[in-house]
Every structure is written in structure tokens, then in C-alpha cells.
Design a protein. Sequence first.
Lengths: 269, 316
Amino acid sequence: MHVHFLDPYRHSHSPIHQLDGRVKFVLAVAFILTCSLTPIAAWAVYILLFALILSVEILSTLGVGYVLKRASLALPFVLAALPVIFTTDGAALFTLPLGNWTLTASATGLEHFISIALKSWLSVQAAIVLAAATPFPELLQAMRSVKIPRLLVAMFGLTWRYLFVLVDEALRLIRARAARSGVSASNQKVKEGGGIIWRAHVAGGMAGNLFLRGFERSDRIYTAMLSRGYDGEVRLMPTHALNNGNKFILMTGIALLGTLLLFGILFWG
Amino acid sequence: MLYSPPPMHIPDGFLSVLVSLILWAISIGAIGYALRRVGKDLGERQVPLMGVLAAAIFAGQMLNFSVAGGTSGHLLGATLATILLGPWAAIIIMTTVVGIQALIFQDGGLLALGANIFNMAVVGVSVSYFAYTSIKKIIGEQKWGLLVNGFISAWLSILIASLAAALELAASGTSPANIAVPAMGGIHALIGIGEGLITVGALAFIYAARRDILQIGSTAQTGGAAIWMTGLGIALLLTIFSPLASAHPDGLEWVAEQKGFLDAAQAPLFEVIPDYVFPGVSNESLATILAGMVGALIVFGMAFGTAYARRSQKAS
């Protein structure tokens, strides 16, 4: 197995890493929910939420830079919210002549846009910390504790387990294609070989190949499971109760987020 | 080579909570039903088969081909999964793929996951199934028919799923319908061609290597009339409703206003502190700014305090 770059988990002994996976999962979702419910332009609440997630990032020893760099990956989607600047009614800020059209930006529109971008940016940081500070088995346990069906949790577990194997297969296919394709020795951009349809056909063949390999592998896995006593019933490790420290952090976290939300709704709602 | 996210997954913060929760409810219903059906049809082989194929779809999304100007097309896989395994297993597989993308790779939000599952697993799969089975009835099961069918189904499922995403954004007030619908639809009409071509390539390969898998009744279960109708319904609704919504964005604003009843319901909450002003400050906006600054100071202090405590703890 070669693909370690896929697993976002970063091992450490920080307080955040030691926290129970279920507590982290629930608090991350609660944080994202709070971000989404916070009214538009409640800047103070956004800053408080940012400070909160920043503290968690510092405590987690993941490196604030690492989290912020990963968080920027989700930002291109902000483009989808860009038109809202020009379509919301409100005090005109500036106009942008664009051919036959004149776009008028409004202050409320800008507030809307910045709020959406901030909410999204804050939410994705919580998700990054969750994924980077929680080993996948603990995430599975957290999924079970919020009553996601056992079969689905087992699917997640199995998919995760074989993801690395199949990504390795995909990388081998890509390597084989690269080995059979010409590349210019000088760093110049050369025209790709074949037409788009031909190239798509090759990539499609690789995808079909990957699927068939997956099919055949699943057969072997099934017989291996059978030989180890699998009878169609999905059994998972029993979960243990939360200890008091974790319970306390869970309650405090939810209370804090609830207070922030109330604060936002009372002042800016 | 790093994992590059497909563009259709909506991050958190872009959908209103109401829209998110409604789509979560629909997705949970669909997943629950699909889980029951899959258990009946595939039996005990289901877990390894679906788990590995979900991993295969995930890995298959890394296989790309260059289109032009540095852009590349790649597989999303809903149609391929539907054709190979039938709609119910495909819904579970796509749910797993989208779920892991959100949970592990932050590709799509957690609160928005319900919406992303709805777009990719429910809309993507049911439209694929509807298109594939209908076209198969018309042009039959010979090789060229299969390939043409695969292309159209894949293209249509991508396009309709993107329209669903655009309308969700519009209903959340994030992006106006008259811009979001043509923009998303236009981009995905192109992305859909890539998806269609790569699906055709995959089908052609499987047709040559393992034709038995493609025969209905081997592994793929039939979905029955229910999912066919769902696919037809979604496809019709979205193709008719999207241009309407984009021509009359007021229609969606009306929906948003109806949504306002929730805000109205919250009104008594505001009465707790009527005409609140910051103590000693009469100007309302000044009070807001002050409150913001005080808050910012407090919690930045908290963040730096944590960092400091952490450092001194390390030093000792």
C-alpha cells in the first residue's frame, strides 16, 4: 500500500486528539450548525466562532497554517455566491459596466456575500480538525452513536479499508497509461495525443477495468469473510459509555455554541 | 497527485438550514428504503460488493483525461454504478462515496451532506435509471445501443443533478436563480459530456471483457416502477421548473418569503429585550460595532491565552 497521502489523520497526543471521537463529531456538527444558523452580518459572532475554532486548532497541535491551507481548498465554490452582491436590493456601493449591462453592487449584497464566505470558511475548518484529529475507526463509532444504520456504517468501514487498495490500482493504471504515452523532454507544452473522444475512451476503459477488478476482488473478499465465519450479519465492536470528562466537554461545548447562537440571533436576527 | 474535488459538492454555509434539513429528511428516507431493498436482493454478498465498488468509484474519480487548456474530465460514477448494480445498490454506493468525501476530505459540507447525497445519490441515480431503462426499451440491448444509452443517461443525470444543486442554492438565497440555473446547467452540460464519454469507455470495456455483468438480472436488480417514476418525476420537474425559476426569480423569492414565516415565529424572542441599545451608547450601529470589538478582543485574548498556556506547558 503506497497511498498514505489520502488519509488526513495526523497523529499527535494533543488534548483534541485524546477527546472521544463521538464528542468531537457532535461538537463539529454543532459548530457547523451554529455557523449556518448565525444571522447574516453578525460579524461579532463570526469573530467569536473564529476565535473558538482557532483555539481548538492551536490545542490540536495540527498547525494553524495546515488547517488554513486546507480550508482554502474549499473556497472556489464562493464564486457561486458572487452574483448575490449585485442582485440584492440595498444602498448602492459601486456600479460595474459590463457590455450592455450595468451591475450595481449593494451594501446588503456585499454583507450577504461576505457572510456566506465566512460561514463556509469557518465550517470547513471544523470539518478539517475533526478529520485530522480523529482516527477513522473512531469516526465510525461516532456515526453509530448518532444512530446511523449498522449496514451503512459497515459500508463506510469497508469502503475506507479498500479505498487505499483501489487507489493503488488506479495509480498503477495511470502509471501504465503514462508509460505508454509520449512526453516532451523539454518542459514545453505539447499537444495531447489522439482526439478528446479517444482520450476519454482510454480513461473510460481504465475506469471499466478498475470496476471489474473491484468486482473480482469483492468476490475474493466475500469468500475470505465466509471462511472466517461471516453469516451476513454485520457485527461491530461494542461502544463504551462516555466518561465524565468527555461528557463535561460535550455539554460545555454545546452550551457555548448555544450561547453564541443566541447572542447572534438576539442582536442581529 | 492529490485528490481533486469534483465541483458539484456544496460546502457548508451555502444552504439555508431549512433547505439542508428538508433534503436530509428526503435523503434519509431514500437511503433507508434502499438499504431494505438491497438487503433483500443482494443478500449477504452486499457488504463486500458495495463496499469495494464504492472504493472503486472513489478511486475511479482519479482517472482523468485532458480536455483542453489544462482542464480535465473525470468520472463521477452514478450512472455506471446504476447500470452495473441497479438503482438501490447505486444509491447506497453513491451515499458512501459522497459521505466519505465530506467526512474525510471536506469535499462538500457536513450539514450540506444531505443535499449532496440528494443530488448525487437520489437525483443522479434515479434519473440515470429512468433514462437507461427507457432508452433500452426503445433502442434495445445491442452494443451500440448500450453505448449511446450510457452516454445519454450519464449526461442527463449530471445535468439534472446540477439543476437540483442550482435550485437548492437559489432557494437558500445564496445565488439568484436567473444566474445560478444557467451557469450551473451550462457548466454541467459540458462536464456531463466528459462523464458520458468516460461512462461509454467503461461500458465498452466491460462489454468486451465481462458481458455477463451487463445482462440485467445478473447482479443489477431492477428497481421497479417506483424509482422509474421518481426519476421521470425529478427529470421533468427540474427541466420544467428550472427555466421557469430562472425566468421568474420572483417565484423563488416568494418561496423565500414563505420561508420567512420561520423568522416570524421567532419574533417573540426579540421582545425579550425590546429596542435594545448598548448601555450608554444611543447610536445603534455604533453599539453594534462596539459589541463586535469587545467580543473580538475577548475571544482573540482567549485564543492567544490558549496558545500561551500550551507553550508554557510544553516548556515545563
